[in-house]
Structures are given as C-alpha cells and as structure tokens.
Design a protein around this ligand. Structure first.
Ligand SMILES: Cc1cc2nc3c(=O)[nH]c(=O)nc-3n(C[C@H](O)[C@H](O)[C@H](O)COP(=O)(O)OP(=O)(O)OC[C@H]3O[C@@H](n4cnc5c(N)ncnc54)[C@H](O)[C@@H]3O)c2cc1C
Length: 228
C-alpha cells in the first residue's frame, strides 16, 4: 500500500525502525530512503550530501522561431559562463535550465529564486537572440542531492544496517534513480550492488564554513576557474 502526503519527521534507526510523522507512527524491519536532497534534513548524510538548488524556465508556445532552435543544447560547466542546458518540448515551447546554489544548513528553499529566473531568461535570450521578448510561462526550482564528487551512492546505514539508501544523483537522477531502485530491490533480496556504488563519500565542513566553501566553489565553476 502507498501512503502519499505523509511527511516523516523522524527516523529512529532502532530494530525495528520507528518512523514518526504528523499524526502517525510506523514500525518497519527495514526502510529505504529515497529522499535524495531531503535526506540531510531527516538526519542522514548531513556532513556528506548537499542539497544544491537548480532551476528552469519554460517559454510560451513559439511560432516559426521554434523550428530554427536546436532540439537539445548544453553550455558546459567551466567555460567562463554559467552552466545552461535545455531542450525543445513537444508543445513548441523551449525549456531552459541552470543555476547551482547551496542554501545555509542544508536548506531546502532557494531565497534567490526570482533572481535565478531572471538570470535564466537573460541567458536564454543571450543564447538565442531571435527569441526576442518571448514570454516565460512556467518557472520552478528544486534541490538536487549531490555528494562532493557528484557520484550517486547506495548501501545501508544505521547501527543495525537496516536503513537502505540510494541518493546523490546530482542532475541526472531521472534514469539513474530507476537503475538504483532496481539495485536497492536486489539488495533487499541479498544481492550485493556493484562496488562503485558503495565508495565512502567525502566529508564537508560544518556551518558556516560549508556555506562559504560550497558557494565559493560553485561561483568558481560559474567563472570557469573550476571544473566539475
Ligand atoms: C530544475 C531541475 C531540473 C532537473 N532536470 C533533470 C533532467 O533533465 N534529467 C535528470 O536526469 N534529472 C534532472 N533533475 C534531477 C532529478 O529531478 C533528480 O535527480 C531526481 O528527481 C531524483 O529522484 P529521487 O526519486 O531520488 O528524488 P526526488 O525526486 O527528489 O524525490 C524525493 C521524494 O522524497 C519525498 N520526501 C522528502 N522528504 C520526505 C519526508 N521527510 N517524508 C516523506 N517524504 C519525503 C519528497 O516529497 C519526494 O517525493 C532535475 C532537478 C531539478 C531540480
């Protein structure tokens, strides 16, 4: 059975595990953490996993200019400008994404979102001047879960090794999370995952140094002085 809209506030990693939510408690022999960037706020990988905020804007439906745009594009990280990526959508809109920022103490909101959308819109018009003053109809952002080396990981954690995790897909989780879901399902049946998924993750400094260190690194990436 699946219970949606059931926010877990606390995971007590005893045996059995106790999940405490708003108005409910659940006991479980094993738990799978599929919470990606939200895991540190639940008390897991607070020192290793970073919620990095990333955003998108989507144009109104486009006329003839749509046919002249490339189907997909990426302006790589480390080329002296912000990292942008995007693609044409089936309903004749252009999706344009970018931005990498860390919010203090593994924060899950992005206070500068309006500036990000404005910067993305400027970036999009700079890259495709023929879009002119095309309107933006949708915009959103969310946290990506990212380890220091941008590699995802899975395994077990807790004193009883009964909390299974699959986390840290950075910007490529749509396909990777499905593959890791299948590996986690194998682990629950006793099939070990490939060794490369289980390498230890580097520790990052605590606050306020983490905020300074991570955002300084992201700015160096933006300026093309650091490659990831
Ligand atoms: C703007 C943007 C664009 C992106 N573009 C791409 C792309 O083009 N291609 C790509 O591959 N990836 C992309 N990504 C990354 C991709 O979205 C993630 O890697 C992927 O969603 C990770 O899947 P997940 O299921 O592990 O985590 P999520 O999709 O983040 O799901 C985590 C779930 O856990 C739930 N949760 C969290 N905390 C709790 C709690 N306490 N109690 C209960 N439930 C909880 C959340 O509600 C959520 O449903 C993008 C991300 C962003 C933000």
């Amino acid at each position: 059975m699946v219970f949606e809209r059931s926010r877990v506030r606390q995971v007590v990693a005893t045996q059995p595990i106790l999940l405490v939510g708003d108005g409910f408690q659940v006991e479980a022999d094993r738990v799978v953490l599929g919470t990606n960037a939200y895991a540190p706020k639940l008390g897991f990988f607070r020192r290793e996993l970073l919620p990095i905020h990333h955003g998108c804007v989507v144009t109104e439906r486009l006329g003839a200019v749509f046919d002249s745009l490339p189907p997909t594009f990426t302006q790589p990280i480390g080329n002296g400008a912000d990292y942008y990526w995007g693609r044409k959508l089936p309903d004749r809109r252009l999706l344009f994404g970018g931005g990498l920022r860390y919010s203090y103490d593994n924060g899950l909101s992005f206070p500068g979102a309006e500036h990000l959308y404005a910067a993305l819109t400027r970036g999009m018009r700079g890259m495709f001047p023929r879009l002119g003053d095309t309107r933006i109809e949708y915009q959103w952002n969310g946290p990506l879960g990212m380890f220091a080396d941008s590699q995802p990981r899975l395994g077990t954690t807790g004193d009883h090794a009964n909390v299974y995790y699959a986390l840290g897909y950075a910007g490529i989780g749509i396909a990777m999370a499905i593959r890791f879901g299948s590996l986690i399902s194998g682990m629950l049946d006793g099939i070990p995952p490939p060794a490369w998924t289980r390498t230890p993750a580097a520790w990052l400094p605590g606050e306020p140094f983490r905020y300074m260190f991570v955002n300084a690194g992201l700015h160096l990436v933006d300026f093309g002085m650091l490659r990831v």
